[in-house]
Design a binder for this molecule. Structure first.
Ligand code: AMP
Ligand code: MG
Length: 481
């Protein structure tokens, strides 16, 4: 079987990766094959689901045109620099140009140890695999740049965590697996040749239209800043908490990457943290824009020597660029919030109008997704206890709408297209994992189906839209599981 790989990364010097084959597993069995994504990639979904296809998706065989490798990268994990991380349980099969002319990486995750495993088993358990499958595909349907899930298969082998769990492999598709940490890997080794190659490759692959008049490195920094601003603005607009915004999980393409501890807010709580290891709230919901800037600063540091010979001048130039990030982010965030409120024109007061509303939600721990969906339906009156404050805010909103000549019907139609009825609720994800671990894929399939059209009210599945009950509140997520 051939995938149509042409393996750009394999043309890079050997220090960018380690060639490694996936490890064999006992008994591959399909959990899910993403037919639409397979077609987009120019792959035959039926062939993927055949025994020969499953063997590839489980790591028992590799496509004839694959050149499997684990990629080298470094990264700041919770603020501490680790000079060598790399794909410890992921193997890139290759990259290909899809039906739309976009280059995509196809990677197995959970396919056995690599030279970067650092004592880990290189494996993944069923729960986290299905979690990433559902979350990443939901993010895509919600309009957020993200890695995708092409397939999930059982290995027929156990993995040993706190308990013994069924092993599984996820096939992940990304615009690339270039991370801030990829640049850091070579900067830590003062490998300027590698950095130049990476900058050129990243620009060509992700930002071919970037303005390169001030040089490639600055062009890349500007482009990644914009992409990250847009991405994190979308996260905040949807109530998404990435949970582990380490530099090795920060994609140069501006895609959501690594769904280990990711979770969606139920109640609107800016300080909300889900990850069990994020003790200090470094990656709390409302900290995400600041952390994005921190990560971008680490990226900028890696290209100092590429920008120019005069270090003082270069640092000043890069600092000035980075200082522009809050404004770039605010603009992107204002655009998201304006859309959530059904407004068309950009006005200076929009961010304040939206933030005042968010302040009311935060005070009352109102369910974020339900609130905005009800607002879009013109049905949010009972959502806040502080009736007066909400009425006063509504007046301002109506005045703002009238000022741009948007009718209520127009605003509602726009709002229903950006304020989802369905998000992957944490308690539903947990239910789905428990059922799948016990052999029942029904809840997984249902969740996945409903989340494919999150902006449509699907009355027969309304239970998936409701917030968790009191007993389902203390939600915790785990990294690298
Ligand atoms: P993550 O928390 O998923 O971003 O992973 C951080 C680092 O740990 C990366 O280098 C991963 O490849 C590695 N890693 C995570 N889980 C495993 C595992 N089960 N076996 C080997 N390496 C792992
Ligand atoms: Mg990671």
């Amino acid at each position: 079987m051939r995938f149509g790989f042409d393996n750009r990364y394999a043309s890079f010097p050997g220090r960018f990766y380690a060639r490694v084959r996936p490890s064999e597993v006992r008994e591959p069995a399909a959990l899910a094959i993403n037919v639409a994504l397979a077609e987009e990639l120019g792959l035959d979904a039926a062939a993927l689901a055949s025994p020969e296809g499953l063997a590839i998706l489980a790591g028992n065989a590799v496509p004839d045109d694959a050149d499997p490798m684990a990629l080298a990268y470094a990264g700041h994990q919770f603020g501490s620099f680790v000079p060598q991380l790399g794909d410890g349980r992921a193997i890139l099969l290759g990259d290909l140009v899809d039906r739309h002319g976009r280059r995509r990486d196809v990677q197995l995750k959970g396919s056995g140890p690599t030279p970067f495993s650092r004592g880990g088993d290189g494996r993944a358990a069923l729960g986290p695999v299905l979690r990433e499958y559902v979350l990443s595909e939901a993010m895509h349907a919600l309009g957020v740049p993200t890695t995708r899930a092409l397939a999930a298969v059982l290995t027929g082998e156990p993995v040993y965590r706190d308990t013994v769990l069924p092993g599984a492999v996820l096939t992940r598709v990304a615009s690339s697996h270039l991370r801030v940490g990829t640049f850091q890997f070579f900067a830590a080794r003062r490998d300027l040749d590698a950095l130049s190659l990476l900058v050129a490759h990243a620009l060509e692959r992700h930002y071919p239209d970037a303005d390169r008049r001030e040089g490639d490195a600055l062009a890349l920094i500007d482009a990644v800043m914009k992409a990250q601003a847009k991405l994190v603005a979308k996260w905040l607009a949807l109530g998404f908490v990435h949970g582990v915004m380490n530099t090795d999980n920060t994609s140069i393409a501006g895609e959501t990457l690594d769904y280990g501890p990711a979770a969606f807010l139920d109640a609107y709580e800016p300080a909300r943290v889900f990850s069990s290891i994020d003790q200090n709230g470094r990656y709390a919901f409302a900290h995400q824009p600041r952390i994005a800037l921190w990560n971008l600063t680490r990226l900028a540091e890696t290209v100092i020597e590429l920008v120019g010979d005069d270090e003082t001048k270069t640092v000043a130039t890069l600092t000035e660029r980075l200082e522009g990030f809050p404004a770039i982010f605010e603009q992107a965030y204002a655009a998201e919030l304006r859309a959530k409120l059904g407004l068309r024109e950009a006005r200076d007061e929009d961010l304040e109008l939206a933030r005042d509303l968010l302040g009311l939600l935060a005070k009352e721990h109102t369910d974020y997704t339900v609130f905005f969906r009800r607002l879009a339906h013109g049905d949010a009156a009972d959502q806040l206890l502080d009736v007066e404050a909400f009425a006063a805010w509504t007046k301002r909103w109506e005045a703002r709408r009238e000022a741009e000549g948007t009718t209520e019907a127009d605003a509602r139609a726009r709002m229903l297209a950006v304020n989802p009825a369905f998000i992957p609720r944490n308690h539903r994800i947990e239910e789905m994992i428990a059922a799948a671990t016990a052999g029942d894929l029904g809840p997984f399939e249902r969740l996945h189906r409903v989340l494919a059209t999150p902006f449509e009210d699907q009355p027969q599945d309304a239970d998936l839209a409701t917030p968790p009950g009191d007993d389902q509140w203390q939600y915790r997520t785990f990294c690298g599981t």
